[in-house]
Write a protein that binds this ligand. Structure first.
Ligand SMILES: *[C@@H]1O[C@H](CO)[C@@H](O)[C@H](O)[C@H]1NC(C)=O
Ligand SMILES: *[C@@H]1O[C@H](CO)[C@@H](O)[C@H](O)[C@H]1NC(C)=O
Ligand SMILES: *[C@@H]1O[C@H](CO)[C@@H](O)[C@H](O)[C@H]1NC(C)=O
Length: 224
């Protein structure tokens, strides 16, 4: 009877998993291999939107003043340099060009840089999803971090490849979410900074700009 109860409870904890959400005080962003050569392999997102999404995620990290670690894979080879706009956004962040390791977590300098942030929740994005992102996410998870992979700031060859890697990561307990959800989950409450969040969203999402414009117009109208 007791054993049954214990079993039941352990099943219940599987079904009703805790909601582990991003905490702005405990989060670091890892940008893994957003390199100009690798970019050309991405087919599951339209190039222009994909690039804008990566920059929106970068601006989210800046807005919340969370630490970031940038890394590249074999950048003197065909993978190419890190996206210049992203690199320029984080002049003071740890930047680890890996000489050869495909899994960033196999590079001791990278792991040390992540550890030095002192944060336990890692927001990971990169190219390509199935290799650079998945390998790093699985290793970080195994090392005891809470891992959040940003789906729309990570790209790869085809939809089937992306779905297989999302499946692989989520089965290992990695959380998958889009950049907008990262920003909203970190923000938590509009009353913290209505202006700043509105600006972050409207400067990165054209439709959100319309939303803010209509809101401002209504607000102006009501004050006249
Ligand atoms: C983060 O830290 C600040 C300052 O200590 C605190 O006001 C805020 O509630 C914290 N946020 C969360 C989500 O714990
Ligand atoms: C980078 O660090 C320098 C020196 O501490 C500081 O003056 C500068 O404002 C920092 N830049 C950014 C973008 O944080
Ligand atoms: C609302 O008013 C502010 C200043 O009062 C102005 O800057 C803004 O452009 C106005 N917005 C609209 C949509 O009319």
């Amino acid at each position: 009877m007791l054993l049954n109860l214990a079993l039941l409870l352990s099943f219940a904890s599987l079904i009703f998993a805790d909601y582990a959400r991003l905490d702005v005080n405990n989060t670091a962003f890892l940008f893994v291999d957003h390199q100009t050569g690798l970019f050309q392999l991405v087919e599951d997102y339209e190039q222009h939107n994909f690039k804008e999404t990566i920059l929106a995620l970068g601006r989210t990290a800046k807005y919340f003043k969370t630490p970031a670690v940038l890394t590249t894979s074999f950048e003197q080879g065909p993978n190419g340099p890190m996206m210049p706009e992203l690199k320029a956004m984080f002049p003071n962040a740890s930047y680890i060009p890996r000489p050869g390791q495909i899994n960033a977590w196999d590079n001791a300098d990278f792991v040390a840089a992540v550890k030095a942030t002192g944060k336990k929740q890692l927001v990971i994005s990169g190219i390509v999803t199935d290799v650079c992102v998945t390998f790093c996410a699985l290793s970080a998870k195994a090392a005891g971090y809470e891992v959040f992979v940003v789906t729309d700031a990570s790209g790869t060859f085809r939809d089937d490849v992306r779905y297989a890697s999302w499946d692989r990561m989520s089965q290992a307990g990695v959380q998958l979410l889009n950049w907008f959800a990262v920003a909203a989950e970190l923000g938590r409450d509009w009353r913290r900074d209505m202006e700043g969040m509105g600006e972050l969203f409207s400067s990165n999402i054209p439709r959100y700009e319309f939303l803010m414009d209509s809101f401002n117009a209504a607000k102006n109208g009501s004050s006249h």
